[in-house]
Design a protein around this ligand. Structure first.
Ligand SMILES: NC(=O)c1ccc[n+]([C@@H]2O[C@H](COP(=O)([O-])OP(=O)(O)OC[C@H]3O[C@@H](n4cnc5c(N)ncnc54)[C@H](OP(=O)(O)O)[C@@H]3O)[C@@H](O)[C@H]2O)c1
Length: 331
């Protein structure tokens, strides 16, 4: 059986481009004893993959050149010699960016497709939704009535965080690039909306939407967004540093925020987090998410690119802002 995979051709800095990726065909063998063959249905496309393409070792190793890249994926078992998996079962794995694979079952998590559409396990019900939950609860300890600003609000984590923060009773300000995305932010229930591409002064825009200042900032972007947050946080304000996508294509280190002194003068707390280091919160997340979904307070949002050949293009879209909600590839 022939399958296609996406390989990284070389490490690079600067903006991603198609020339750095190869689509490679190869034979997939039949599963041996104790193995399954899985056909991937949906692939997750995520910003954290960018440093892995620069050859940088951060909390995760760089991708290997000339090999299939890794990433979240949901697939269906199409042949099984494994006692725990039967044909037709759906499984979550980190063996994305390929149409299929043979596995001994390690690292495969069964998913229940009766509850939600399978791709939701890459978005709202997967690590994306969980990231929003960890940031809002454990890192920010967001309280009913507090004012929060969520940057990259129309993205995957952003859409989830906005809806959860509303469900938790917060006053929510969110920012995104462009009028269409800002219309979505309104639909999601935001009390204040900022089109950062149309603003000359982001600090003034946050003050306009939150005249009393913000209690918490959910950081997805970095750069000018972080500076505006440091300017507008109230004393004892908190920052959950989830990501800084505006920095991922930098070819050299950039100077820090010019107003970092605000951390001292306003007694601010800034805490970063890596979602996979908070898996103990998963049962509480699933419980909270089920309640919010049953009450109709939260929905999955996604942008779909069709065909594995389009995975690199979908990835590039994260940096040009072509997605609303979770970026996924339908294989
Ligand atoms: N800490 C963790 O464990 C963890 C887990 C998952 C994700 N993250 C981080 O969370 C953030 C959001 O991730 P996601 O998966 O939800 O991605 P995403 O928000 O769905 O996609 C990226 C979005 O970022 C915005 N963007 C791109 N370049 C930008 C720039 N230079 N300035 C401002 N906005 C820019 C674009 O929206 P606009 O059109 O609005 O610009 C784009 O749609 C990322 O920083 C990611 O690294 C962290």
């Amino acid at each position: 059986m022939k399958i296609k995979e996406v390989h990284l051709k070389q490490y690079f800095t600067g903006a991603p481009s198609l020339e750095y990726f190869d689509i490679v065909s190869r034979d997939l063998p039949s599963p041996g004893e104790g193995e399954v063959r899985v056909q991937n249905l949906w692939l997750s496309v995520d910003p954290y993959m960018r440093p892995r393409m620069a050859g940088l070792k951060t909390y995760i190793d760089p991708f290997e050149i000339g090999k299939a890249m890794e990433g979240g994926a949901v697939g269906i078992i199409e042949s099984s010699n494994h006692p725990k998996f039967k044909v037709g079962d759906h499984v979550l794995s980190m063996l994305g960016w390929r149409e299929g694979y043979v596995s001994d079952g390690k690292g495969l998590t069964p998913v229940d497709t009766r509850l939600l559409p399978v791709e939701t396990y890459l978005g709202l019900a997967g690590l994306t939704g969980f990231t929003a939950y960890v940031g809002l609860t454990r890192i920010l300890d967001l309280k009913d009535g507090e004012t929060i600003w969520i940057s990259a609000g129309a993205g995957a984590v952003g859409c989830a965080a906005i809806q959860m923060a509303k469900a938790m009773g917060a006053h929510v300000i969110a920012s995104a690039g462009g009028a269409e995305k800002c219309a979505l932010l309104k639909e999601l229930g935001c009390d204040g909306v900022i089109d950062y591409k149309a603003e000359d002064n982001l600090t003034a825009a946050v003050k306009r939407e939150a005249p009393g200042g913000i209690d918490a900032y959910f950081e997805n972007v970095g750069g000018a967004h972080l500076e505006a947050a440091l300017n507008t946080l109230k004393p004892l304000g908190r920052i959950a540093a989830c990501g800084m996508i505006s920095r991922y294509n930098d070819d050299r280190a950039q100077p820090g925020p010019s107003n970092i002194i605000n951390v001292v003068t306003k007694s601010l707390r800034m805490q970063g987090f890596i979602v996979t280091q908070h898996m103990d919160l998963q049962p509480r997340f699933i419980e909270a998410l089920s309640t919010w979904m049953m009450k109709g307070q939260i929905k999955n949002h996604q942008t779909i690119y069709e065909g594995i050949e389009r995975a690199p293009e979908a990835f590039m879209g994260l940096f040009s802002g072509s997605n609303t909600g979770k970026m996924v590839v339908k294989v």
